[in-house]
Design a protein around this ligand. Structure first.
Ligand code: SAM
Length: 278
């Protein structure tokens, strides 16, 4: 594994500890029965009842378990040991059947060697920026789909990633692009920062992220043999992905869509793709 990915894994172990506290990530709401999914993925993935669903980069599985509550047979994968332990604990405590697997997704074909193929491979919200290589990512997706099954992703738009977050605004000096739209294999090393879900919690480890253009994402999926059914773009996202966002749709206390003020020209802040294995 690349050293940056090792330090990112440590970052996600830290983040899991922060997210396990109280209701910062909506755990208490979820225990009370609320669904952690957002409107777009629920509408676009459709009925999952009885379907097998592989959730890549599932964090501690609150979305994975939400799909299970909607009737899917779920497997969540994440490389953070702490995240997987918390997912298993939540599954046991709430009596929601789910399998959680600790693995780097790039090693998943070995970790889950011999596993059955899935009806749906799913990933969402804050996943691609942790991956240095989308060709390998898409090959893993294609490998685990059964013929006729589909991949779905809802994710921050790469255009949004070019703009500063609230905490970067003073440093950048204005709301303008300060990161290239295009992929740089070296990625970007950020200093340790407050956690995105709990700004009172400070990380010790700085994240290392990679930007991927929309063409890189679509091209990787096509290159792995999948057929793109559609690509959608939205002026909102499930977190404050750029500075100056406000809530435009609330699902629960810790769980909403955020957009730039309606009085301003709108940027694409999120996209979704459905791609099918022939
Ligand atoms: C922003 S979180 C995903 C959050 C999820 N959508 C949710 O709402 O809970 C990104 C996750 O990707 C995981 N991750 C990053 N790179 C990975 C890799 N190469 N293999 C497996 N998991 C990875 C991290 O551990 C983290 O849990």
């Amino acid at each position: 594994m690349r050293p940056e990915m090792d330090s990112n894994r440590a970052y996600w172990d830290e983040a899991t500890e922060f997210h396990a506290r109280g209701n910062v990530y909506g755990i208490e709401d979820f225990k009370g029965g609320s669904c952690r999914l957002h409107r777009v993925e629920v509408e676009e993935v459709g009925d999952v009842h009885g379907k097998s669903l592989l959730h890549l980069q599932c964090h501690f599985g609150i979305d994975t378990l939400s799909w299970a509550r909607r009737g899917a047979r779920v497997t969540g994968v994440d490389y953070s040991a702490k995240a997987i332990a918390l997912g298993r604990a939540l599954s046991a405590e709430l009596g929601i059947a789910a399998e959680f697997v600790q693995s780097d997704i790039y090693e998943l074909r070995d970790t889950l060697a011999g596993a059955a193929r899935f009806d749906i491979v799913y990933a969402s919200y804050g996943v691609l920026n942790w991956l240095p290589d989308l060709t390998g990512w898409a090959q893993v997706i294609a490998h685990f789909l059964r013929p006729g099954g589909f991949f779905y992703i809802a994710e921050a738009h790469p255009t949004a990633r070019m703009f500063p977050l609230d905490q970067d605004l003073a440093k950048v000096g204005a709301f303008r692009p300060f990161i290239s739209y295009f992929h740089d294999p070296a990625g970007i090393a950020w200093p340790p920062e407050p956690d995105y879900a709990d700004e009172s919690a400070l990380h010790q480890v700085g994240p290392h992220e990679w930007q991927h253009s929309l063409a890189d994402i679509v091209g990787a999926l096509i290159g792995a043999g999948l057929v793109i059914e559609w690509l959608h773009e939205f002026p909102y996202c499930s977190w404050k992905v750029v500075a100056g966002c406000e809530i435009v749709e609330r699902f629960s206390e810790a769980h909403a869509y955020y957009a730039r003020p309606a009085s301003e020209p709108q940027l694409p802040l999120m996209f979704s793709i459905r791609a099918r294995k022939p």
